[in-house]
Design a protein around this ligand. Structure first.
Ligand SMILES: [Ca+2]
Ligand SMILES: [Ca+2]
Length: 651
């Protein structure tokens, strides 16, 4: 009897387990195919699958952002192929972004399509270190010029942060995290989607006592804290099938303690009372019209940036104080249409009107005496038109397009691009290539800037230009469980705007060439394990002097492992190895210094305790590597964080 019972139980369990395993397999297969269909908007301004594009595109999803505990855009970019990031001193420290040998201001950054490059930045760059990731669904990174679609600033590439759209029903997500250096993060997100409308509200707050911005290796002790308070409201409404409306508003307020640069050594050093406060407001309104084969999009966006710097005298700097503010706005109205010829092709075209406005006022005293620099309000308007033909079939496809910009200052400028892919055999390699030109109009500061009473801006500046080529190959093996990709790129930059000592102003005098490789392997040997290896190599030089450009040459190896041993636990291990490069010491003449190679490894574990409750623990820079991204500036040592999240779900 007992034997029989166990036999039946055994058979029952066997079948039950098998049936359960089948169910799981089916579910996994479904999940996988969904994750593979990666749709991006940044490459064509319309939704397109990555497999139908010949460009280099990376998508960082919510899973990776949450799994690795990324708080700012800079942290995401550190691990991105093709990119070198240099932070000047821990959280809130200004990030340099070097994409394929370009510099920070040559990358256009957007939040849900709203441009966040700051018109009163010296070169009009975006501040990736201040952009928090509270309610992000994915981040799209397009490497290579995208000026045909976005005009100025997209000379080297585009980064677009896409907000999460709520699922049907309503709910709230709460998150709290505490960790090393008295770092605390609080995050709250509320969402609702009912019938034909949705709304999403997020607030995030991050505070830390931080490390010293000026490196402790050089004897600096004074810690530099950072605070970031961000709000985001987004809402959508679909009154009729053919019309979709979307509104969004974001506010970011940051306070960063800074250190100063010594005029004697040219190196950063402690300053106890030097601070920066930044405020950004972003507003956007979009209307999508779906009328058969002709779809239209009307968008309005407005960005308001304010930075206030204050430095008071202290015992080490008894003669130095300053008080300055930089205010700017950027507004854009665009209309675009997409005319579908068939399922395989469409024509995308549009017109845009942009206006950037800025002013600044700085007064203070240095060892050389008192100064007062006032930059009266200036404004520049750009009108643009673009057209793009998209053709795609499973075995081949291409994009060809052009754009004309008419700028108040320098007149007309044209850009063009051509990219394509060829996949001659179903299971064989996919070859791709991309050619394109990019441009960047001079910033307000480069045109009109005043320093110490001298006019350093040059109103006769022309735009910077780029000419980029890339060829690549992608291969999928083992049913798509192993993916290999490699790309070679070459970019020529001309008319680069740099400081010219001869004329004591900005001038279009530099040329640069950058070439390199990006390669990646992603593998899913078993459904619960994701592996990713990436490699980047960049050689960027000044064409005239053949000298390598600081911070943006060298190699980077990236590693990412995500393992889900069961449904409740996920482990992440990730990190990068950065090969040697060089930096400058801020002295006259500038002095080169070699930066040693370094390796930073991070790990996290997430435990889904119950349906609503999850805990996660994260250790960053496990090896406690001491290193420089920018010479003389501090980098985070070994740190630990513990977080708890709670999700309420309504109906
Ligand atoms: Ca300090
Ligand atoms: Ca001071």
């Amino acid at each position: 009897m007992t034997k029989k019972f166990f036999l039946i139980l055994g058979i029952f369990l066997l079948f039950h387990t098998e049936a359960f395993a089948e169910e799981e397999k089916e579910k996994e297969a479904k999940e996988k195919s969904e994750s593979e269909i990666t749709v991006v908007v940044s490459a064509t301004r319309t939704e397109k699958s990555v497999s139908e594009l010949g460009k280099s595109i990376e998508v960082v999803g919510q899973k990776e952002i949450a799994g690795r505990g990324y708080k700012t855009l800079s942290e995401v970019l550190v691990n991105s192929p093709g990119m070198f990031i240099t932070s000047t001193g821990g959280y809130g420290g200004e990030s340099g972004i070097y994409l394929r040998g370009s510099k920070t201001e040559q990358v256009l950054m957007m939040m849900d399509g709203i441009e966040v490059n700051e018109p009163m930045g010296i070169g009009r760059g975006a501040q990736a270190e201040l952009i928090s990731l509270g309610d992000v669904e994915r981040i799209e990174i397009v490497r290579g010029p995208a000026s045909v679609l976005y005009g100025s600033d997209a000379i080297a590439g585009v980064i677009n942060i896409i907000g999460r759209k709520p699922k049907p029903g309503s709910g709230a997500n709460l998150y709290f995290e505490g960790g090393s250096f008295e770092s605390y993060q609080e995050l709250a997100n509320f969402y609702i989607r009912k019938n034909n409308s949705w709304a999403d509200f997020s607030v995030s707050n991050f505070t830390t006592k931080g490390i010293s911005s000026a490196s402790s290796e050089l004897g600096n002790q004074e810690r530099d804290g950072y605070e970031n308070l961000s709000f985001s409201v987004r809402a959508g409404f679909t009154p009729w099938d053919w019309l979709e409306l979307e509104l969004l508003g974001k506010a970011i307020n940051t306070k960063t303690d800074l250190d100063t640069v010594s005029l004697i050594s040219g190196l950063p050093e402690d300053d106890p009372n030097y601070t920066a406060e930044g405020t950004k407001f972003l507003y956007g309104a979009k209307a999508n019209f779906y009328t058969g084969d002709f779809q239209q999009k009307l968008e309005f966006s407005y960005a308001d940036h304010l930075r206030v710097y204050k430095d008071e005298v202290d015992s080490a700097h008894p003669n130095t104080f300053s008080d300055g503010d930089y205010k700017s706005t950027f507004q854009k109205i665009s209309w675009q249409g997409e005319l579908a010829g068939s399922a395989n092709q469409s024509l995308i075209f549009g017109i845009e009107y942009e206006q950037e406005t800025g002013r600044s006022k700085v007064e203070g005293e240095s060892d050389w005496g008192a100064y007062q620099d006032e930059f009266p309000e200036k404004s520049i308007i750009t009108r643009s038109g673009f057209i793009l033909w998209d053709f795609h079939k499973p075995s081949y496809g291409f994009l060809v397009g052009g754009r004309v910009d008419d700028n108040d200052k320098f007149g007309f400028h044209q850009t063009g691009e051509l990219s394509g892919y060829l996949k001659p055999w179903d299971l064989g390699p996919r070859f791709r290539m991309s050619l394109g030109t990019g441009f960047k109009s001079p910033s307000l500061f480069q045109l009109y800037g005043i320093v110490g009473g001298f006019q350093v801006g040059n109103p006769a500046l022309k735009p910077e230009e780029s000419w980029s080529k890339e060829i690549g190959i992608d291969q999928e093996l083992l049913d798509g469980n192993l993916k290999l990709s490699a790309v070679y790129f070459e970019v020529l930059y001309s008319d680069l705007i740099v400081w010219d000592n001869a004329s004591y102003s900005y001038n279009n005098i530099a040329k640069a060439v950058s070439q390199g490789f990006e390669a990646g392997i992603t593998a899913q040997p078993i459904p619960s394990l994701d592996l990713k290896l990436t490699y980047t190599s960049v050689d960027a030089r000044d064409t005239e002097t053949d000298e390598k450009l600081i911070r943006r040459w060298g190699e980077k190896y990236g590693l990412g492992i995500a393992w889900r041993p069961n449904k409740k636990v996920e482990l992440n291990l990730w990190g990068i190895h950065r090969g040697k490069t060089e930096d400058d010491i801020f002295s006259y003449p500038a002095q080169r210094v070699e930066l040693e190679p370094w390796t930073v490894v991070n790990a996290s574990i997430r435990w889904q305790v119950s349906k609503p409750l999850a805990l996660n623990f994260r250790a960053e820079n496990i090896l406690d590597e001491e290193y420089y991204e920018a010479y003389g500036y501090g980098t985070m040592p070994q740190t630990f964080y513990l977080g708890i999240s709670y999700n309420f779900e309504g109906k």
